[in-house]
Design a protein around this ligand. Sequence first.
Ligand code: T3D
Length: 263
Amino acid sequence: MDENPVLVEKREGYRVLTLNRPDRLNSFNEATHERLMAALVEAEADETCRALLLTGAGRGFCAGQDLSNRVFEPGVVPDLTRTIERWYNPLVRKLRALPMPIVCAVNGVAAGAGANIALSCDIVLAARSAKFIQAFAKIGLLPDSGGTWFLPRLVGAARARGLALLAEPLPADKAEEWGLIWKAVDDESLIIEAVKLVEHLATQPTIGLALTKRALDAASTNTLDQQLDLERDLQSEAGRTPDYAEGVTAFFAKRAPAFTGRR
Ligand code: T3D
């Protein structure tokens, strides 16, 4: 058993979560899932935590499911419903719904569910040497952890099909060019850039950003009419935050706003 499959570092205004099973390319076993979910729940409960940075230890970001846990015996049919229902789906739902921005720093290969967990985060930066691989087709599975939802929305139908059916590695630069991620940066700058970004986000109007996440996610299935109504309702909520008052006051005072992220 790994001592600590997810490291949590508390910093001023944000937390850094590091997947920490580098000898298995940070692939997910149950302990990793348990620890990561606990870290997300704890971050949400801490009102001083206003942003997250997710990354991986060692040379990879995450190789998806730990396949060494999948031992096949003759006559035994594996049931993947449980892992997906118990672990992956709640994780993706939590990352999307977390009321604060999540920056993912993809430090190396992101494969299988590892790629799609990165894509579930709000802003994805990747080291130029990193690759995104929808590895599922190589082992007879289909993209999960939201892969079949994220891919066509991010890169379009043709590229989504190519990535999912061919399972070819997509280098970070091309992932940026295709709109799969926010930016590819030089390997040595990855953590510096990711920290800059998360430090900035941690000082921003957290509730407004959380509502923005909600609106963008809902837009994928809403009609324009439904989305306009939702924007009205969420804007009304944002308009009641002290950060809105502060933003407008700071604008007219020609000074930088001091957002608190509080209700
Ligand atoms: O099962 C369910 O519950 C359903 C849910 C599924 C979700 C999924 O994520 S399915 C997809 C699972 N992931 C994969 O299929 C990816 C498997 N890994 C790879 O294809 C390659 O390792 C990579 C392309 C990611 C990286 O290649 P490379 O050449 O840089 O590294 P490597 O030598 O293959 O791996 C380094 C070590 O990590 C190696 O161990 P060793 O030989 O040094 O002792 C390798 O076995 C281990 N490793 C890599 N990926 C996994 C893994 N060990 C367990 N599980 C892995 N997924």
